[in-house]
Design a protein around this ligand. Structure first.
Ligand code: DGL
Length: 270
């Protein structure tokens, strides 16, 4: 029954936490590619290679469905993975679409033509690779018209979180929000387009102020996954053992994850 979750590092644990709450009976195999984090500064081919390697490991662990709990992998590699790589009996899903459906007030799978939505000015905070891919704007354009998107590539934030330096991460968030405001002074909504950012969500909210609606992915992705598994029960894999795997140093990642999830979270070598 296992479902796989993949991220470049610790960020996907924000999605893990929401999924584990929403679907307590589904064993989750989590793989963090901590040895190669951050992905956001890599080129698309590298991200594709690393992501397919990680997803293969999840398939090996008994998962038939892997969710890329990573916007960078979703935006730089998912399309190519779905078109050229994934075996017919497996599925790989990303985290972008549930977020955009929420933003454009759509139900899952509503493929009607793009229409005008309430939001007009949206700020996207994401990694440099996600911003460069323009995947967010592309997915949004399939569903909505007349939305102005201003992006801010948040260099350094993922590195600081992976290093466990949340003070530095918070300072970087404030400076990225200021930089965004110079380009778009009054965003109505802000999208936290990287699964690491919910770890510093309070800093984003404080810097953006109460008038900006913040869209954060974990709960949206968990709902969408629950819905998907209801419609595709056959995609629950054969694996029965929940596992946390890392390509990095298991002890170090265990310590960081345990701090973040506030319960012992034992990582093993992938
Ligand atoms: N959590 C990944 C994302 O959602 C992290 C990116 C990175 O490794 O730079 O984009």
């Amino acid at each position: 029954m296992a479902v796989g979750l993949f991220d470049s590092g610790l960020g996907g644990l924000t999605v893990y936490k929401a999924v584990a709450q929403r679907l307590p009976d589904v064993p989750i195999v989590y793989l963090g590619d901590n040895a190669h984090t951050p992905y956001g500064v890599r080129d698309f081919d590298e991200i594709y290679e690393l992501t397919t390697k990680g997803v293969s490991r999840l398939f090996q662990a008994g998962c038939d469905l892997a969710v890329l709990a990573c916007n960078t992998a979703s935006s730089a590699a998912l399309r190519r993975i779905q078109e050229d790589w994934v075996p017919p009996d497996k599925r790989v899903l990303g985290v972008f679409v549930p977020l955009i459906e929420a933003l454009t007030e759509r139900q899952w799978g509503d493929n009607s033509p793009p229409r005008e939505v309430e939001l007009k000015n949206v700020a996207l905070f994401a990694t440099p690779a996600t911003v460069r891919s323009r995947a967010f704007q592309r997915e949004l354009a399939f569903r909505a018209i007349g939305v102005d998107v201003e992006t801010q590539a948040c260099a350094g934030v993922v590195d600081a979180i992976e290093e466990g330096d949340l003070i530095l991460a918070g300072a970087l968030v404030r400076s990225h929000v200021e930089a965004l405001r110079r380009k778009m002074p009054k965003p109505e909504a802000a999208v936290l387009g990287c699964t690491h950012y919910p770890i510093v969500e309070e800093e984003f909210r404080a810097a953006l102020g109460p008038d900006v609606k913040v869209y954060s992915q974990p709960a949206l992705v968990a709902d969408s996954l629950a819905d998907y598994l209801e419609r595709h029960p056959e995609m629950r894999g054969t694996g029965e053992t929940p596992m946390f795997l890392t390509t990095g140093d298991p002890q170090r990642v265990t310590d960081q994850a345990t701090r973040f999830l506030r319960r012992k979270t034992e990582f093993h070598a992938a």
